[in-house]
Write a protein that binds this ligand. Structure first.
Ligand code: CTP
Ligand code: CA
Length: 225
């Protein structure tokens, strides 16, 4: 019923959203991960489907139900997420990368549970592939949107990322504020554009943020016709 209320401005468009955290195994019972409920990404997937898009949701482990009508592909590690996204890139018109990707992974994954021994221990980590940066290099017609959760210098960091990753837009999110935090239904965001424009918003529901973002994506897709 709710879907009937939205304009079908994304009909015929294929949109890939990646959401949630990734997990990098240390041993069979432990992993390195990031704080992420997946709510923001799931709201974008839901809203895009409401507006007529064919939506693929590449999701890390979250405790959310799959939005109706959305094709969800569940992944765990950065490697798996990267492979799933790259294999579908040619087929989509836009990629919205909300996932909180682990920047590093343990150098080795122990076959058995690591037993505690000495008073301190060191984990050796290797850097993971930057999926979004790679997408920025590989994109052809695709609209590419990233997210940047920062605890300081939001504008400066967001601008660096939009350029370094060749993005069409980045959603900056100053985390720490309770209304802009993790696991909540609201978010305080600023949209940054490659031409230097920025659009700051008040606290909004994540569903409203999703529709505001899709308004911009819809506009960019129309320009590319
Ligand atoms: N991202 C990605 N692959 C990574 C790291 C990040 O695709 N290995 C994507 C995220 O999904 C997000 C954007 O890049 O859309 C920004 O992520 P963020 O962690 O803020 O940026 P980083 O480039 O990792 O920089 P840093 O963590 O040092 O701030
Ligand atoms: Ca990061």
């Amino acid at each position: 019923v709710k879907a009937a209320l939205y304009p079908k401005d994304l009909s015929g468009k294929k949109i890939m959203v990646s959401a949630g955290p990734t997990r990098e195994a240390i041993d069979p019972v432990r992993y390195i991960s990031n704080r992420s409920s997946g709510k923001m990404g799931y709201e974008i997937a839901r809203a895009a489907e409401y507006r007529g898009a064919e939506v693929t949701l590449v999701s890390g482990p979250v405790s959310l139900a799959s939005p109706l009508g959305v094709d969800r592909l569940s992944v765990t590690s950065v490697g798996e997420m990267a492979e799933t996204i790259f294999s579908r890139l040619d087929d989509v018109d836009a990629v919205i990368k909300v996932a909180a990707v682990a920047d590093y992974r343990p150098r080795t994954r122990a076959e058995h549970k690591i037993k505690k021994k000495s008073d301190d221990m060191t984990l050796e980590l290797d850097k993971n592939i930057d999926i979004l940066k790679e997408l920025g290099k590989r994109k052809t017609r695709q609209v590419l949107v990233g997210f940047a959760a920062e605890t300081q210098s939001l504008a400066e960091n967001a601008r660096k990322k939009i350029e370094a990753k060749n993005l069409d837009m980045i959603v900056g999110n100053l985390v720490g504020d309770p209304a802009s935090g993790f696991g909540t239904d609201t978010n305080i965001v600023t949209f940054f554009h490659p031409d230097g424009r920025k659009e700051p918003f008040e606290s909004m529901g994540k569903d409203v943020v999703a529709h505001e973002l899709l308004n911009r994506v819809s506009g960019l897709l129309k320009e590319r016709l």
